[in-house]
Design a binder for this molecule. Structure first.
Ligand SMILES: CC(C)(COP(=O)(O)OP(=O)(O)OC[C@H]1O[C@@H](n2cnc3c(N)ncnc32)[C@H](O)[C@@H]1OP(=O)(O)O)[C@@H](O)C(=O)NCCC(=O)NCCS
Length: 159
């Protein structure tokens, strides 16, 4: 198996195309957004093609200066490579990387809670994710009520 490593600009188009193949599970991102945040992506490549990716975002916390939240986003693996440990390597890489910033929690929204439970993530209520709802979910085009969306909210406490 190849290695997971930080993305480079030349990977941006491959990341863009891979994310677009999972419109239900992963929010599509414009190519310009991917390129300007390329330092926040990891990739798994097979024969020079992007076959897996993951990224992260910082969520501002309002009213609690001791809380620092990072969200894992844009995780996807080419279906040909499912079940081979690529997803695990990507999540391990992103958690290892963001550890240096000492966030108090890592959060995410997912249709695959069982996968993330393997890393110690626990299910939480969406009401605990106000900054995420305010910044992202409020503009959701898929569901009328962000608190009712079928994705499961999860967190990994770090602090
Ligand atoms: C979820 C996803 C990233 C997993 O990637 P993967 O490379 O197939 O996962 P891995 O092979 O590294 O699996 C690691 C472990 O998780 C388990 N696992 C994988 N997918 C799972 C799922 N959907 N639910 C529960 N467990 C899962 C594997 O069985 C394996 O368990 P083991 O270590 O006990 O053998 C991949 O299925 C995917 O890209 N899905 C579509 C996009 C998506 O849902 N992204 C997540 C958005 S938050």
């Amino acid at each position: 198996m190849g290695e997971v490593h930080p993305a480079a600009f030349r990977d941006a188009l491959g990341i863009y195309k891979l994310i677009k193949r999972f419109p239900k599970e992963v929010l599509p991102r414009p190519l310009s957004d991917i390129a300007t945040h390329i330092d926040r992506f990891f990739v798994y490549k097979d024969k020079n093609r992007v076959a897996g990716t993951v990224s992260w975002k910082i969520l501002p916390e309002i009213g609690n200066e001791k809380e620092h939240i990072i969200e894992i986003v844009s995780l996807c693996v080419d279906k040909k490579f499912h079940g081979k440990g690529v997803g695990r390597s990507l999540v391990d890489a992103v958690i290892d990387h963001i550890f240096q910033y000492k966030p108090t929690r890592i959060i995410l929204l997912t249709f695959s809670p069982g996968f993330f439970e393997k890393f110690g993530f626990k299910r939480i209520s969406k009401e605990k994710l106000y900054s995420k709802i305010y910044l992202g979910c409020i503009n959701c085009t898929k569901y009328t009520n962000p608190l009712d969306c079928p994705e499961v909210a999860m967190e990994l406490k770090m602090g």
